[in-house]
Design a protein around this ligand. Structure first.
Ligand code: FES
Length: 104
């Protein structure tokens, strides 16, 4: 099973089935977790902000200028901050680990 690991606001880990080609935001939302996604993945709201586990950061394509601009608006930016709608799941991301953060 293709999967990603999500750490919720209480620190609990969840293994979520992942589908190739889906945005990580969509995978998280499909499993019933609150991950924002107000703009539907258009990189225009930053409500899908998550914190990517450090060991996975270098395996992701770098954020483009649009994503960087939106990330500048999140209240709690960290080194692992990414917009989950800008990460498309591929088999190389099997086991990707992200932490949900409060974006309100
Ligand atoms: S869903 Fe709006 S920026 Fe990701």
């Amino acid at each position: 099973m293709s999967s990603i690991k999500v750490i919720d606001a209480n620190g609990a880990s969840h293994i979520l089935e992942a589908v190739e080609g889906w945005r990580v935001m969509e995978i998280i939302r499909e499993h019933g977790f609150e991950v924002g996604g107000l703009c539907g993945g258009a990189c225009a709201c930053a409500t899908c902000h998550v914190e990517v586990d450090g060991q996975w950061l270098e395996k992701l394509h770098p954020a483009n200028d649009d994503e960087e601009a939106m990330l500048d608006q999140v209240p709690m930016l960290t080194d692992g901050s990414r917009l989950s709608c800008q990460i498309i799941y591929t088999p190389e991301l099997e086991g990707l680990t992200v932490k949900l953060v409060a974006n309100g």
